[in-house]
Design a protein around this ligand. Sequence first.
Ligand code: HEM
Length: 59
Amino acid sequence: MAFGARSSNLTEAALQARLTDAALLQVMRNGVGRMPAVTGLRDDEAKAIAAHVRSIRRP
Ligand code: HEM
């Protein structure tokens, strides 16, 4: 699959610092800019993904 838009590097400390947990969940639920909303996630799944994103942060 080819995407024309470049996505974000979720490991970036600056990006992670800018986004609260609530904002991260909102990006998943509603999309942002060129990112489409991610649909069909249960709350526990969205929270698990948010925790995973936090775990891949680079110092
Ligand atoms: C649950 C899965 C996903 C997570 C957790 C996630 C998370 C994020 C986050 C945190 C950002 C940065 C938002 C910001 O800078 O404020 C982002 C940007 C982006 N994501 Fe995702 N994303 C997911 C799925 C996807 C998918 C499926 C696509 C494409 C089909 C996608 C495409 C993009 C693009 C293109 C951007 C850049 C948006 C822009 O600046 O215009 N993401 N994503």
